[in-house]
Design a protein around this ligand. Structure first.
Ligand code: NAP
Length: 353
């Protein structure tokens, strides 16, 4: 993209989502003409918070209905845009009966449909794709297997499949498809944002996002008897939104950007929260032994291979390009977690066990 234009409309797919709502909110605050797609414009839980935000902000909001699985569905929304931020994609780690149909097809077909809409629009100069660290690595054990101390933006997930870590596979396949199509179209550039596990306050009361469900479980006491020694690359939802906007508006943004404020175990997160939350929560205080997690894994939705390759392994990422090029100043993990709990409490979404 040669000259970013502030007056051109900008499309965000899946504006009803947890992260996308923050992107829409920050763009509206910046005075931009924002277009966003949702599956159902009539669902108050999906759109009421966006409409309310638009009323108070200097920018404008136009809602479109679109489905990842419907060819041509994003065409109207993309017309006249200079930038498309493609964020809509199912994010589910558990409770899947058919991961191909529920995750992989919508992620890959959706990416094709959105990129084709951008191609047909003729005005689009950049697509920002919300990928994930899940497209950078599959299992934590991959780091040691590669002989590295931290994953970086040149790494690709080569260990996930339709049957092992299917969400990670869906993100890898979708990002690979995007790079392939952009080369084929040769009409606009692609910038990928690869966030770690996103936490922090939500702008809506929806609780079906995996990030929100995880915090409801953690602060609500699901792991109070002991938690598996799993590490995640944490990142604040507000920083992830800011990175998307930087990727959409800085002419020099390019390639892939890993976003994380640091890798923490779930027990580290609980310890940070315990030290700063205003009252006691039923947070875990100890690790569950790996062999117990291995034995119980399948009944809790974790395969034995997942446990073997992820529990107890170190995890680290190089986020330096996000700081030097997108100028992200990371929110501290403690603030991310504490603000998230405060929002869930304020919205009456925490049920203590
Ligand atoms: P979310 O709240 O569950 O949002 C998912 C969005 O995708 C919703 O807007 C949903 O629309 C939309 N969607 C799902 N299936 C669709 C379909 N068939 N057609 C149209 N829209 C569809 O999840 P999120 O955490 O904000 O995730 C947003 C993006 O960030 C995803 O691409 C995800 O892979 C990526 N990401 C998330 C994290 C994280 O930790 N949360 C980390 C890295 C990357 P409806 O409102 O209609 O359901």
């Amino acid at each position: 993209m040669k000259t970013p234009r502030n007056d051109a409309p900008i499309l965000v797919t899946g504006g009803s989502g947890y992260i996308a709502s923050h992107v829409v909110a920050q763009l509206l605050q910046a005075g931009r003409a924002v277009r966003t797609t949702v599956r159902d414009k009539g669902s108050p839980l999906s759109v009421a918070h966006l409409v309310a935000l638009a009323k108070k902000a200097p920018g404008t909001l136009t809602l479109f209905e679109a489905d990842l699985l419907e060819p041509g569905s994003f065409d109207e929304a993309a017309q006249g845009c200079q930038v498309v931020i493609h964020m809509a994609s199912p994010f589910k780690l558990a409770g899947l009966d058919n991961p191909v149909r529920q995750l992989i097809v919508p992620a890959v077909e959706g990416t094709r449909n959105v990129l084709r809409a951008a191609e047909r629009a003729r005005t689009v100069e950049r697509v920002v794709l919300t990928s994930s660290v899940a497209a950078v690595y599959g299992d934590s054990a991959d780091l040691a297997a590669l002989g590295k101390t931290a994953f970086d933006d040149k790494d690709w997930n080569t260990t996930s499949s339709e049957t092992h870590q299917p969400y990670s596979y869906s993100k890898t396949a979708a990002e690979r498809e995007a790079w392939k199509l952009v080369k084929e179209f040769n009409r606009f550039d692609l910038v990928c944002i690869n966030p770690g596990f996103v936490m922090g306050p939500s702008l809506s009361k929806r609780a079906d996002s995996t990030s929100i469900d995880f915090m409801i479980n953690l602060a609500g006491g699901k792991f109070k008897m002991g938690v598996p020694d799993l590490r995640f690359a944490l990142v604040d939802v507000r920083d992830v939104a800011a990175a998307h906007i930087a990727a959409a508006t800085l002419a020099q943004a390019s390639g892939r950007y890993i976003l994380t404020s640091g890798s923490l175990s779930v027990l580290d997160m609980a310890d940070l929260m315990r030290a700063r939350l205003p009252r006691p929560y039923p947070l875990p205080k100890r690790l569950a032994p790996k062999f117990i997690v291995w034995l119980a894994g399948p009944s809790q939705g974790f395969s034995r291979r997942f446990v073997k390759q992820n529990v107890g392994w170190p995890l680290a990422f190089d986020n330096s390009r996000s700081i030097s090029e997108l100028r992200i100043q990371y929110t501290s993990p403690t603030k991310t977690l504490v603000d998230h709990v405060a929002q869930l409490e304020a919205d009456g979404l925490l049920l203590h066990r």
